[in-house]
Design a protein around this ligand. Structure first.
Ligand code: ZN
Ligand code: ZN
Ligand code: ZN
Length: 276
């Protein structure tokens, strides 16, 4: 499997929209990997995760043919992960599809995000975009992947989940946005005897805002890594990657990447691809 991170920032982007703080100024000055857009990833070039307001730039910059994508998973109903009105641009007259295009894009998620998408596309793009609600801890087949939404420790009003995704050979855990995983997740993962090849961990707080609930900082990510290894849910071959960063965490890519490499973590940047 291959993951490409298209956007790796928290809600406000980095540099943040209206911000003059030091880490934002530093990101502007240094550029490159230090500049982060809002959250989105794609698995094997075909399974999209989240649909932020920066989706437009992501498909232009990475030459992704969005018309060919058949499935999009939504983690939760926060605007840095879901900008539902954008789906209306798939409607007749706004998007000219050809024989290579997917006739239908299905958006998967829990109740709240899919309701938002359904409301946005009503009377506009319903013949080209549909929604399917997912239940927590129930595995569904999506475009050749087994996908399971499990609990997130994140805003309950956003109906937040994290995802276990498997192609039958490899299994990954996509854990954004969340704090330290709830007990229900550990019970499920152990009960199913899972072993992850890839773990993408929320690291909104980076090196200097050590969140444990709602989001995580590097300390909580280290704890999660140790616990996954100790439980046999991960092993020495498992790739761990930190992702979803906020300026409140202080450390730009140039600082956090070398700090976390010796601890066994990759650090995401916009456009990064990892094959596992
Ligand atoms: Zn977020
Ligand atoms: Zn800032
Ligand atoms: Zn969020």
């Amino acid at each position: 499997m291959k993951i490409q991170y298209l956007g790796t920032a928290a809600a406000e982007g980095w540099p943040a929209l209206f911000c003059t703080c030091k880490p934002c100024m530093l990101a502007r000055e240094k550029g490159g990997r230090n500049v982060r857009t809002r959250s989105q990833s794609i698995i094997d070039g075909k399974l999209l995760i989240d649909f932020s307001a920066d989706t437009y730039w992501h498909f232009v910059k990475n030459d992704i043919h969005l018309d060919e994508i058949r499935a999009c998973l939504i983690t939760h109903a926060h605007e840095d992960h879901l900008y539902p009105l954008e789906f209306c641009n798939r409607r007749v007259g706004f998007a000219y599809l050809d024989e290579g295009s997917a006739p239908m894009l299905t958006v998967y998620g829990t109740k709240r995000p899919v309701e938002m998408v359904a409301r946005a596309i009503a009377g506009a793009a319903e013949d080209r975009v549909r929604v399917q609600e997912l239940e927590r801890f129930k595995t569904v087949e999506i475009e050749g992947y087994s996908v399971t939404a499990i609990d997130a420790d994140h805003d309950p009003h956003a109906d937040s989940v994290i995802y276990i995704i498997s192609d039958g050979k490899k299994t990954m855990l996509y854990a954004h946005d969340t704090g330290i995983f709830p007990e229900s997740d550990w019970n499920y993962m152990l009960d199913k005897g899972l072993r992850f090849d890839y773990v993408s961990l929320d690291c909104t707080g980076g090196l200097y805002a050590q969140y444990e609930h709602g989001h995580m900082g590097t300390n909580a990510c280290e704890k999660m890594r140790e616990k996954l290894l100790a439980a046999g849910l991960a092993d020495e071959r498992t790739v761990f990657c930190l992702n979803h960063f906020s300026h409140n965490g202080g450390a730009i890519y140039d600082e956090i990447a070398p700090a976390m490499a010796p601890k066994g973590f990759l650090v995401s940047y916009d456009g990064m691809e990892v094959e596992f």
